[in-house]
Design a protein around this ligand. Structure first.
Ligand code: ADP
Length: 316
């Protein structure tokens, strides 16, 4: 009983913070210059004021400076752990029954995949999140029985592709978004792999990334032209009162946000760019509508926003 009181107090506090700060947070991460950039003599165009943790300055070509404010700014020396610590309260709230969504947004080469996936030596938000979810669920096992499931998919040219299905072995299923009886958006037929530990998760993430690059001549190029989504589904059963919740955490590595002009590309590349531009502006429209609390939120303008509707709009 004491625990349930604590839990409801925590939810109250959480909702008060949301009320105060809004339920959308924007972090900015500046990556360090790469070796080849240093070799070419490139210099950084960003600067920081040591006393302002959430501010960033852009040095313009005429040496004037423009200031930008975020909820938090990560500097080039900030490592994967520093980024994860800031996202921790957001991602772990999925265990309390909230639907959550994290996006990595930026141009190709800015560090989205590094931040979300990372490398075996420097694992990113995706892996660290699951590690933490397993840790907390074990810690709370006398009160909650948790089941964790992982799905991995990509949206390419407005088509959904299951990355946990090896298309060289099985024919790809046509995946569409359907509304469930509870009014949430689901993707029937999408593989939901039950996971018990981090080794298994790492294996799944690796095989998903391999499936993603099949059929492409340049894996990096392809990955910058599709949105890659990792969905963690948490089913929690309260062993005291038998109450069950099912919530989703979406970890999204968006397609590159660079605008590709009509003159530069044609054919397949032009079509891809149009789909990317359309879905990223649809996401921008949804976020603006949510931030300004307008009554109509245009979720259905893209597969991405439609699929994430229940995690972007309201809290369960
Ligand atoms: P994107 O997914 O936005 O196209 P990547 O994540 O592939 O970009 O990053 C581009 C390159 O920069 C990669 O070689 C990656 O390892 C490196 N990189 C990105 N961010 C960092 C960082 N914070 N620290 C060190 N290297 C980084």
């Amino acid at each position: 009983k004491k625990y349930l009181e604590e839990c409801s107090e925590r939810k109250k506090l959480y909702n008060e913070v949301i009320e105060l700060k809004g339920n959308i947070r924007v972090f900015c991460r500046c990556r360090p210059l790469k070796q080849d950039e240093i070799a070419k003599g490139s210099t950084s165009v960003v600067d920081f004021d040591s006393s302002q943790e959430n501010e960033l300055q852009i040095i313009c070509s005429d040496s004037s400076r423009k200031q930008f404010k975020f909820d938090h700014v990560f500097r080039p020396e900030d490592d994967q752990e520093a980024v994860f610590i800031q996202t921790l309260p957001i991602v772990t709230s999925v265990l309390d029954g909230y639907n959550v969504c994290i996006f990595a947004y930026g141009q190709t080469g800015t560090g989205k995949t590094y931040t979300m996936e990372g490398t075996p030596e420097n694992r990113g938000v995706n892996y660290r999140t699951l590690e933490e979810l397993f840790r907390i669920s074990k810690e709370r096992s006398s009160i909650f029985r948790y089941e964790l499931f992982v799905s991995m998919l990509e949206v390419y040219n407005e088509k959904i592709r299951d990355l946990l299905v090896d298309s060289s072995k099985e024919p790809a299923k046509k995946l569409e978004i359907k509304q469930s009886a509870e009014g949430t958006q689901e993707v029937p037929g999408l593989v939901e792999a039950r996971v018990y530990g981090t080794d298994e998760v790492w294996g799944l993430l690796k095989s998903g990334s391999q499936v993603r690059s099949v059929g492409s001549t340049n894996a990096n190029e392809l990955s910058s032209r599709s949105h890659c989504l990792l969905r963690v589904t948490v089913v929690a059963e309260n062993v005291i009162n038998g109450q069950r919740t099912r919530s989703h955490l979406w970890l999204v590595d968006l397609a590159g946000s660079e605008r590709v002009g009509r003159i530069e590309v044609e054919g397949e590349r032009l079509k891809e760019s149009q789909f990317i531009n359309k879905s990223l502006s649809a996401l921008g429209d949804v976020i603006s509508a949510l931030a300004s609390k307008t009554s109509h939120v245009p979720y259905r303008n893209s597969k991405l926003t439609h699929m994430l509707q229940s995690s972007l709009g309201k809290f369960s």
